[in-house]
Design a protein around this ligand. Sequence first.
Ligand SMILES: Cc1cc2nc3c(=O)[nH]c(=O)nc-3n(C[C@H](O)[C@H](O)[C@H](O)COP(=O)(O)O)c2cc1C
Length: 165
Amino acid sequence: MEPATLRRTMGRFTTGVAVVTTVSGDGPHGMTVNSLTSVSLDPPLILVSLTTGARTTQAVADSGGFAVSILSCRQEPIAMRFARRGEDHFAGLPLEYGQHRVPVVPDALAHVECRTEHEIPAGDHVLFLGRVVATCDREGEPLAFHGGRFLDVVGHGHDVPPWFF
Ligand SMILES: Cc1cc2nc3c(=O)[nH]c(=O)nc-3n(C[C@H](O)[C@H](O)[C@H](O)COP(=O)(O)O)c2cc1C
């Protein structure tokens, strides 16, 4: 299986876009992710898959916790900023702090603060299962990612259906 083939194939699966942030000994770190998954409601667990060796991956491992900011449709520049390897992702950005002193992205649709429950090496990534310790959210349009491009989500306009699971 060619990596480019798998990337293209999985790129057919549309996702939201989020930024994982944390604070380690050398300050705040953060990276754009679309591997965010809701895992369990009771206990409350979410999962992110972070590239082995990335600065933010190391910082999340060192700090024992992380926050996730779910981006709105107006935050494509934030998604691009936190995806540039080797740059200071926080340069000139006003920091907002979550309840547990981890910086979060201002004006995001939601903030989820976690402490790491399990850290699982998986191929060229590390899976971080986070126990959710605080959340906040607001109404708004999300930023989506499909086929390597950012896009807006167009709703079907009907009422919110009851959940089936
Ligand atoms: C839309 C989008 C989604 C991404 N999703 C992930 C992801 O889920 N996991 C990951 O490790 N990198 C992901 N990346 C790449 C990282 O954001 C990028 O490599 C980042 O600069 C790494 O952070 P660092 O500079 O702290 O090492 C994604 C990039 C984009 C643009």
